[in-house]
Design a binder for this molecule. Structure first.
Ligand code: S3P
Length: 430
C-alpha cells in the first residue's frame, strides 16, 4: 500500500502513542518463565510483539486475552517450556528472534527460528557466538550469519563476555541464557543500551549486579515471580510526532504517558542541543520506568550538531527521524559511530541517504553514519520505505514539510510498531 502525504499547515492536539514495543516483547516472554499468573495491560497489539506472543504459545505457554485486550499469562516456571511442533516464525522482529534464542539456549529440546525476508538477512553471529560459548548447540544459515537458526539447548555454563557492540538484544539473549546456566554470567557492553530486561528481571526477583556497563546474573534459586504490568507508551513511536511538531509551522502537540527511560531518550538531548522547543511534565514512575508527558512546539532556528559515541545506542531507533530534523537545522549535522544501523530492518543509513536525496537534501553517506547540510526546502516525490516501519514513518514526516506531494511506497509496514500512525497524522492536521 502506498500513502500520499501533503505539505501540512500545522500539527495540533494531544496523542497517546502506542505501548512500548521493547517492554511488550519482554513482558510476554518473561511472564512465560515465571511461576504463576501475570497480567499485562496496555500491550502493543502490533505485528512485532504479536510474533513474541505467538512464539511463547508455540512453546506450550498458556496465554489468554480478555475482552479488554489484557493478556493473562499462566506461567508454569523456568523448566516448563516444551518443544515446539513447528518452526517458530519471528516475522520481522529482531527482538523476538534474539531474546528467544537466549531462552531456548537453556531448553533441552530442538527449536528452529525463522522470519521474513528482512529478518533472514539480519546478523545472528552476535548471539550465536556467546550462546555457543555457554554450551548451546546452535547453528544458522550462511556459516552462522543469518536465520533460520537451529538450537538444541540445555546444560549451559556461565561465561564472561565482552560485547563488541552495544546491543540490548544481544545483552538480553545472554542474560536470559544466564538464567539457565550453571554459575555466574557476566556481560559487558562498550556503551549502555536500553535496560528494560534488567529492570524487569529484577522486579521478578532475579539477582542482578549492575555496575556501569557490566551486568552479572546468577541462576535464580527460586522460581521467578509473576507480575502485573501496565506498559508505558513508546518513546520511539512518540519521536515521529516530536519531530513532526518541531518541523511543521504553527504546531503544538502534547504526547501523553511516554516511557522516558534514559537509555532510550538520547534523541531528546540532541534535540534540545539543536534548540528545539520541548518540555516534559507530569513525571511519574510506572512499571519501574520513568513516564511523562511531552509538549513540543514548532522550532525555527534549529542548529546542526554532531552526534557520536555513547549516545548512539540511546537514540539508535530515532536515526531516521533525526535525519529528517537535520534537514531543517542550520549548518552541518554529522551522525557517526552508528554502523549497526546498516543491520536493522533495512540498511537505515543507505535508505535515508537514498530517499532524502530524492527529496533534494544534500546528504552524504558515511560508512558509519551521515552528514546532512541544512536548512533545505524538501520537494515531494515518490520515496520507498524498504518495508521498514521507521523509514516509512520518518519519510512521512519529511512529506509534511515538502513542497507538493510525497508518495511513500509500501507504507503499510508501519503495522510493525505503530498501526495507527496515519490516523494520528490525520487527527493532528484537522
Ligand atoms: C531493541 C534493541 C535495539 C533496537 C530495537 C529494539 C530491544 O536493537 O534497535 O528496535 O527491544 O532490545 P539492538 O539490540 O540490535 O541495538
Amino acid at each position: 500500500m502506498n500513502r500520499i502525504i501533503e505539505e501540512a499547515n500545522s500539527l495540533k492536539g494531544e496523542i497517546t502513542p502506542p505501548p512500548d514495543k521493547s517492554i511488550s516483547h519482554r513482558a510476554v516472554m518473561f511472564a512465560s518463565l515465571a511461576k504463576g499468573e501475570s497480567r499485562i495491560k496496555n500491550f502493543l497489539w502490533a505485528k512485532d510483539p504479536i510474533s513474541s506472543l505467538n512464539a511463547m504459545k508455540s512453546l506450550g505457554v498458556k496465554i489468554e486475552v480478555n475482552d479488554i485486550k489484557e493478556i493473562i499469562v499462566n506461567g508454569q516456571g523456568l523448566q516448563s517450556l516444551r518443544e515446539p511442533d513447528d518452526v517458530i516464525d519471528c516475522g520481522n522482529s529482531g527482538t523476538t528472534i534474539r531474546l528467544l534464542s537466549g531462552i531456548l539456549a537453556g531448553q533441552p529440546f530442538l527449536s528452529v527460528l525463522t522470519g521474513d525476508e528482512s529478518l533472514r538477512q539480519r546478523p545472528m553471529k552476535r548471539i550465536i557466538e556467546p550462546l555457543r560459548q555457554m554450551g548451546a548447540e546452535i547453528y544458522s544459515r550462511a556459516e552462522n550469519r543469518f536465520p533460520p537458526i537451529v538450537i538444541k539447548g540445555g546444560k549451559l555454563k556461565g561465561i564472561s563476555y565482552e560485547m563488541p557492540i552495544a546491543s540490548a538484544q544481544v545483552k538480553s539473549a545472554i542474560l536470559l541464557a544466564g538464567l539457565f546456566a550453571k554459575g555466574e554470567t557476566t556481560v559487558k557492553e562498550p556503551h549502555k543500551s536500553r535496560d528494560h530486561t534488567e529492570k524487569m528481571l529484577k522486579s521478578m526477583g532475579v539477582d542482578l549486579y549492575i555496575k556501569n556497563n557490566t551486568i552479572k546474573i546468577s541462576p535464580p534459586s527460586q522460581e521467578l515471580k509473576p507480575f502485573d504490568i501496565n506498559i508505558p507508551n513508546d518513546f520511539s513511536s512518540a519521536a515521529f510526532f516530536i519531530g513532526g511538531a518541531c518541523l511543521v509551522p504553527n504546531s503544538e502537540v502534547i504526547i501523553k504517558n511516554v516511557c522516558l527511560n534514559e537509555t532510550r531518550t538520547g534523541f531528546l538531548e540532541v534535540l534540545s542541543s539543536m534548540g528545539a522547543k520541548i518540555e516534559i511534565f507530569n513525571l511519574k514512575e510506572k512499571a519501574g520506568e520513568t513516564v511523562g508527558d511531552i509538549i513540543v512546539k514548532s522550532s525555527s532556528g534549529l542548529k546542526g550538531v554532531t552526534v557520536q559515541g555513547e549516545i548512539i545506542p540511546r537514540l539508535i531507533d530515532e536515526f531516521p527521524i533525526l535525519c529528517v530534523i537535520a534537514t531543517q537545522a542550520d549548518g552541518l549535522t554529522i551522525i557517526k559511530d552508528a554502523k549497526d544501523l546498516r543491520a536493522k530492518e533495512s540498511d537505515r543509513i543507505k535508505a535515508m541517504v537514498t530517499e532524502l536525496s530524492k527529496m533534494g537534501v544534500p546528504i552524504k553517506e558515511l560508512e558509519e553514519g551521515v552528514e546532512i547540510k541544512g536548512p533545505c526546502k524538501l520537494k515531494g516525490t515518490e520515496v520507498y520505505s524498504y518495508k521498514d516501519h521507521r523509514i516509512a514513518m520518518a519519510l512521512s514526516i519529511a512529506g509534511l514539510i515538502a513542497e507538493g506531494k510525497t508518495t511513500i511506497k509500501d507504507a503499510d509496514c508501519v503495522d510493525i510498531s505503530f498501526p495507527e500512525f496515519y490516523s494520528f497524522l490525520e487527527i493532528l492536521q484537522k
